[in-house]
Design a protein around this ligand. Sequence first.
Ligand SMILES: Cc1cc2nc3c(=O)[nH]c(=O)nc-3n(C[C@H](O)[C@H](O)[C@H](O)COP(=O)(O)OP(=O)(O)OC[C@H]3O[C@@H](n4cnc5c(N)ncnc54)[C@H](O)[C@@H]3O)c2cc1C
Length: 458
Amino acid sequence: MTEKFDAIVIGTGQSGPSLAERFAQRGQKVAVIERKNFGGTCVNVGCIPTKTLVASAYVAHMARRAAEYGVDTGEVAVDMKRVKARKDAIVARSRDGVTSWMEGLPNGKVYRGHARFTGPKTVSVNGANLTADKIIINTGGRALVPPMPGIDKVPYLTNSTIMDLDVLPEHLLVVGGSYIGLEFAQAYRRFGARVTVVEMADRLIAREDEDVSDTVRKILADEGIDIRLGAKCLSVEPDGKGVSMSLDCSTGAPKIRGSHVLLAVGRRPNSDDLGLDKAGIATDAKGYITVDDQCRTNVEGIWAIGDVNGRGAFTHTSYNDYEIVAANIFDNDPRRISDRIPCYGLFVDPPLGRIGMTEREVKAKGVKALAAKRMMTSVGRARERGETLGFMKVVVDAETRKILGAAILGLNGDEVVHAFLDVMSAGLPYTVVSRTVHIHPTVAEYLPTLLEDLKTLA
Ligand SMILES: Cc1cc2nc3c(=O)[nH]c(=O)nc-3n(C[C@H](O)[C@H](O)[C@H](O)COP(=O)(O)OP(=O)(O)OC[C@H]3O[C@@H](n4cnc5c(N)ncnc54)[C@H](O)[C@@H]3O)c2cc1C
């Protein structure tokens, strides 16, 4: 027997639950299917737990610096069991919130199990058959395990399994010098572990401009993190209680030994076990579900939102996908993916706030542009706080005066960059920021001064 719904939402990541609520609010009957933890990656094994770990690590770091501020402490000790307990409590609160939200939806029915398409309008879960004219896929992604020689013979951690760790690794080898790997690397170093970051490319976070990569590398290296770049031929093998890793580095020892290995080399979409072929839903070569500018798949009545569509890789892009689909279905408002400006953070300390194009992208496009850059040592608030690492830079269109992109690597950079983002989004010139009076003493008050430095981008 097949149960009929108005809508079926598969996965409770960062967009499915909100959309389920919109259907329910309209009096429509909605099925919500989740195979594991309500709230998905961000809540359980992504943004929220990593930021709680980063917060504990920051406290440890500042406690070690306490004497610089005239404050005496005893020797700083980190209790990993309590660090984990704090993280678990914060995660549980969010997960429980999503769970009770979905369980309490009027007109909603929750299924706990793995959903698979059996046809373009039908889904099976735990032996039950469901049908609906509208089906939303919000199944997200998981850590990519690279085909590295020996990886099947050694224990390794991913962003998910490292969340269960309540001991300090003696030596953590982080494979992948990008956004996810670097946050863990700095946090565990600050907890007291020896940490080595192994990166295949010749610089960290290679998507960013060189000056961003180099400054982040220096900040991490100064904290005692060993960074091996250009590690092109990685392989691993068991070594006593730990793991031995062979590298093909241009510098440094060719083999390193660690107690734990964390794989942080990218993500893959949760689309391979969804029965997409039964519904005729198209994917790209990497398995991301192909969608148009409004998150519609190639099959009428089926949308794919969040990381699984490959059009974003963040909580805010997933949530924006929800807004786009809801606006199109319920509000006759043709919102589109292409309306959004790229923006994201790297939550090492100090954080990086990034919006729009990089300087390198602007140059590659051949746009006539102006650029300005200032070190955080010039920012009064950063000096007062004793946190002067990093810099801020901005690129604007020389003709329209609109902001093309910015990077703020420094105290509160993840927050301050929004002053530029909102002006970009409004389609206004940078002079709006220059002419705005900001609060003293803040990092944001320095943005007009930064803009005074705009010069032709060579
Ligand atoms: C370590 C880490 C740190 C991160 N930090 C940040 C950050 O600081 N800021 C940021 O913006 N983003 C961050 N991200 C990315 C962010 O977590 C994701 O972009 C976000 O969770 C969006 O995911 P989603 O909505 O696509 O689905 P997900 O959150 O991935 O959820 C998908 C859900 O679908 C369920 N599911 C999958 N298949 C099925 C099935 N067949 N049947 C039933 N249920 C299924 C899963 O169990 C899961 O609950 C981070 C990611 C990681 C890994």
